[in-house]
Design a protein around this ligand. Structure first.
Ligand code: ADP
Ligand code: MG
Length: 700
C-alpha cells in the first residue's frame, strides 16, 4: 500500500467529521490513517467458544451459552421491578435478569426455544447474567460469524461523545476497505521463514478481525516481534555508530600503577566475575572508541575495586580520572576507602563536594588544571563548569540511577574528546529492560559475591513484637555487633516522617540507655558536617546503633554492622529494601534483616515482604519489582520509548524481545547499511519510521 494514503489525516475517513477527528487526536493520539490501524485492541471477546452452565466460574469474563428459557417472572424490588428468566442447558441453569425494557422482552422472548446468550455473569447463590445479548440459535447459525470481537482502548470522553467500541470497529472496517488489504511486507523473507511468521497483511487483518484464537495469536506474535525488532534495530545501530564515530582515547599501556597495585596492594583475590569485567573494560579502553559501559553488580559484589583499577589504567596512560557519587556520605566513603587501598602509591586523590571550602576548591581546581591531581572524587559538584581537567580520560559514575542523562552529558564535555564513561549501579535492571532501555550501552555484570559471605537472614515482624526485637538487638550488641534502624523518609520535608523518626529515636534511647549503649542519628535535615560526624562515630565503632532515614541507603560500608532493622517496611519499594539490606552482610558474621510493619498490608506490600524474606538475589528481586510496578516507574524508561509500545509488553514479551534483538544484531553485523536486496523491506520500513516518527528523540 502506498505510504501516502496512510499519512491521510483521520478527518478524511468516512464517518469521521471534524469534531470526532479532534476527539480522536486529543484522546487517543490518532492523527492519520496510519495511527488508526495501529490502534490495537486491548482484549478480545471470544465468540468462538460456547460454555456449558456447569463450566461457569466466578470471575470469568463474558461467556456465550446455548440453552432455553423455561420460566419467566417479574419480581418486585425496592425501586420498580425486575424480570427474571430461568435459562437451562443440559448441565444446569442460570438466571437472566433485566432491570429495563422488560415489557418488550416479555412480549418477544420465546419460551422453550434454543437461544445463544452472551454476557458477563455474576455469582450470588448461583450464577446470573444481567441484560444478556440474545439470539435465536437458528438465526445465530445462519448469520455472519464473528470470531473474536476486538475491544479497543477507549476513554470516558470518547464514549460520552458517542465514539464507542462499535464506532471504532466501524472506522476500522471502513479503513480496511479503503486500503484493500494492500500492505507492504516489512520484514525480510529470511525472518518470516525462520520464525514461521504470517505476512504483514494477514497479521494486520487478523489483529483487527480475528477469526479464532489461533490466528489471533499468530498475528499478535508477528506484530510484537516487528515492533520490538525496529526498536532494537535503532538501538543497535546507534551503538554501532557510536563505536565507529565517537573516538575515545586509546589506553594502550597496562602500566606500573595498575601492576604494582595488582601485585602489592590488592588486599584480596578478585572474584572471577570481577576479573572478567575488568577484562571487558580493558578491552573497551584499548579500541580507540569511547567506552560507554554500564557495570551492574549486586550490593557488596565489589564494584568499587573494579572502578579503582580502571582509574589506574587511565593514570598509567597519562590521563586523569574522576568518580562521582550521589551523596556526600558516599563520596566521602569512596575517598577514604580509595586512599587506604592506594596506600603508598604516589597517586594524588582529592575530594570535592558542595561543602568544600573556597580555599580548598582553588587548590583542587589548580591541581586539576596543571595535571598534578590524578583522581577527583566527589558529588555532582565535580560536574560544575568551573571544574576543568587537564586531561580527563575516564569518568566513573556510581549508583547511576540518581543522575540524569543531562548530567552524564556534562561529563562528556570535560575534555576535547569525550572521556570514557563507566556507570556503576547496584540496582539490577532485569535483562529485558536493560536491553530496551540501555540497548545502546554495553553492559558488564558482576554476578558473584566475594567468597565467605553468609547469606543475610531476613524476617518479617509486626510492630507488636517490638520487645522481642529489642531483646534480639541487645543480644547482638552483646556479641560486639552494630546495627541500623532505618525509617522511611519519602520526602525530606515531610514533617510526619520526622515525627516517626524522632519518636522512634526517643523510644530506642529509653530502651537502650547510656552509658551502656551509644546511639547515632543521621537524617536529611542535619548539617553535612554533623551527619558526617555521626556517621564517622558509627564507622569507628563508637556507637552501636545507627538510627537513620534513607540517607544511608546508598553504598555505606561498615563491615561490623550485622543487623538492619527497617521500620514501616511496607512503605519502601523493593529495590530500596534490597539496597538497605545490602548495608549488612559485609563482614564475616551472620547478618540479619528485620522488616517491621503494622498489620495493615496491601497485597503489593505483602508480595514485597515475601520476596525479601525468600531471596537475596538482586536480579530476582528486580524482576518481581518490574512486575509489580511496571516499567513506568523504573529509572530511564521515560526516555526509552518502552512505554510507547503499541502492542508488545516489555514484561510479558521478553522472549520475543530477545529474538528481536538477536535478529537486529545479526542483520546489522551482516549488512550495516541494509543495502543488500534481501533487506529491502527492512531498509524501506526503517527509513519510513525515522521519517515520520522521530524515534531518536525518545531513545537517546
Ligand atoms: P559494591 O559493589 O556494593 O559497591 P563494594 O565495592 O563496596 O561493593 O565492596 C563491598 C566490600 O567487599 C568491600 O569491603 C570490599 O573491600 C570487599 N570486596 C570487594 N571485592 C572483594 C573480593 N574479591 N574479595 C573479598 N572482598 C572483596
Ligand atoms: Mg558501591
Amino acid at each position: 500500500m502506498s505510504t501516502d494514503i496512510l499519512q491521510t489525516p483521520i478527518d478524511y475517513l468516512t464517518g469521521v467529521g471534524p469534531t470526532r477527528a479532534e476527539l480522536l487526536r486529543k484522546e487517543l493520539g490518532i492523527h492519520t490513517y496510519q495511527d488508526l490501524i495501529h490502534l490495537f485492541p486491548n482484549r478480545y471477546i471470544d465468540k468462538t467458544q460456547y460454555y456449558k452452565v456447569s463450566q461457569l466460574q466466578r470471575n470469568t469474563a463474558e461467556v456465550q451459552i446455548i440453552g432455553k428459557i423455561v420460566h419467566l417472572k417479574t419480581i418486585a424490588q425496592k425501586k420498580g421491578k425486575r424480570l427474571v428468566a430461568k435459562f437451562v442447558d443440559d448441565t444446569g441453569s442460570i438466571e437472566l435478569v433485566w432491570f429495563k425494557g422488560q415489557k418488550w422482552i416479555q412480549e418477544n422472548l420465546q419460551l422453550n426455544t434454543p437461544y445463544v446468550i452472551f454476557g458477563k455473569t455474576n455469582y450470588y447463590n448461583g450464577f446470573s447474567m444481567p441484560h444478556p445479548e440474545m439470539e435465536l440459535l437458528s438465526k445465530h447459525q445462519s448469520g455472519f460469524q464473528i470470531g473474536m470481537q476486538p475491544i479497543y482502548p477507549s476513554t470516558e470522553r470518547l464514549s460520552n461523545r458517542g465514539i464507542t467500541n462499535r464506532g471504532i470497529s466501524k472506522m476500522m472496517q471502513q479503513l480496511f476497505l479503503l486500503l484493500k488489504g494492500k500492505f507492504h511486507e516489512t520484514l525480510s523473507d529470511d525472518m518470516i521463514q525462520a520464525l514461521h511468521l504470517i505476512t504483514k497483511r494477514e497479521a494486520m487483518l487478523n489483529v483487527h478481525f480475528p477469526k479464532n484464537q489461533e490466528i489471533l495469536q499468530k498475528a499478535q506474535y508477528r506484530l510484537k516481534l516487528e515492533e520490538l525488532f525496529y526498536i532494537q534495530l535503532q538501538l543497535v545501530t546507534k551503538n554501532l555508530i557510536h563505536k565507529q564515530k565517537i573516538k575515545g582515547f586509546p589506553f594502550n599501556a597496562v602500566g606500573s600503577y595498575f601492576n604494582t597495585f595488582y601485585t602489592k596492594h590488592l588486599p584480596f583475590e578478585l572474584t572471577n566475575a570481577q576479573k572478567r569485567v575488568l577484562k571487558e573494560i580493558r578491552k573497551d579502553l584499548g579500541t580507540g572508541a569511547q567506552m560507554n559501559r554500564l557495570l551492574q553488580g549486586d550490593v557488596g559484589s565489589g564494584k568499587t575495586i573494579v572502578g579503582l583499577m580502571s582509574l589506574l589504567l587511565a593514570i598509567d596512560n597519562g590521563f586523569q580520572g574522576c568518580l562521582m557519587a550521589p551523596t556526600a556520605i558516599l563520596a566521602q566513603q569512596h575517598y577514604t576507602g580509595i586512599k587506604e587501598l592506594l596506600g603508598d602509591l604516589d597517586i594524588s586523590v582529592a575530594i570535592l563536594m558542595g561543602s568544600t571550602t573556597t580555599k580548598k576548591r582553588r587548590e583542587i581546581h589548580a591541581a586539576l588544571e596543571d595535571g598534578s591531581l590524578h583522581i577527583l572524587i566527589g558529588t555532582h559538584a565535580i560536574i560544575e563548569d568551573k571544574v576543568k581537567f587537564k586531561n580527563l580520560g575516564l569518568a566513573i559514575i556510581d549508583e547511576q540511577h540518581r543522575f540524569g542523562v543531562a548530567q552524564r552529558a556534562k561529563l562528556w564535555r570535560k575534555n576535547s574528546c569525550p572521556p570514557h564513561v563507566l556507570v556503576m549501579t547496584a540496582t539490577p535492571i532485569p535483562r529485558t529492560l536493560a536491553m530496551s532501555v540501555y540497548g545502546d550501552l554495553d553492559i558488564s555484570i558482576i554476578d558473584e559475591l566475594p567468597p565467605g559471605r553468609k547469606a543475610i537472614k531476613t524476617v518479617h515482624r509486626y510492630d507488636s513484637n517490638r520487645l522481642k526485637v529489642f531483646q534480639f538487638m541487645k543480644e547482638e550488641i552483646q556479641k560486639g555487633r552494630q546495627l541500623y534502624i532505618v525509617y522511611p523518609l519519602i520526602q525530606e520535608s515531610e514533617t510526619m516522617d520526622y515525627k516517626d523518626l524522632m519518636d522512634g529515636y526517643e523510644s530506642i534511647v529509653r530502651s537502650f540507655p547510656l552509658p551502656e549503649y551509644q546511639i547515632s542519628i543521621v537524617h536529611g535535615q542535619m548539617k553535612p558536617a554533623d551527619k558526617d560526624y555521626e556517621m564517622q562515630r558509627f564507622v569507628k565503632g563508637e556507637t552501636q546503633i545507627m538510627v537513620a532515614t534513607t540517607v544511608i541507603e546508598v553504598g555505606v560500608n561498615v563491615p561490623n554492622a550485622s543487623v538492619m532493622i527497617i521500620e514501616s517496611a511496607e512503605r519502601f519499594g523493593l529495590s530500596q529494601l534490597h539496597q538497605l539490606r545490602g548495608r549488612v552482610g559485609r563482614g564475616a558474621e551472620q547478618s540479619f534483616c528485620i522488616l517491621m510493619t503494622s498489620y495493615k498490608l496491601s497485597n503489593d506490600s505483602k508480595t514485597r515482604l515475601e520476596t525479601m524474606v525468600r531471596t537475596n538475589d538482586g536480579f530476582e528481586i528486580a524482576e518481581v519489582d518490574l512486575k509489580l510496578r511496571g516499567p513506568g516507574d523504573l529509572m530511564g524508561t521515560q526516555q526509552s520509548g518502552v512505554l510507547n509500545l503499541k502492542i508488545a509488553d516489555i514484561i510479558k514479551d521478553s522472549d520475543i524481545l530477545k529474538t528481536a534483538r538477536q535478529y537486529a544484531i545479526k542483520i546489522l553485523k551482516e549488512d550495516p547499511s541494509l543495502s543488500d536486496p534481501k533487506h529491502i523491506a527492512i531498509q524501506h520500513t526503517y527509513a519510513q519510521l525515522t521519517k515520520y516518527k522521530n524515534i531518536w528523540n525518545y531513545i537517546s
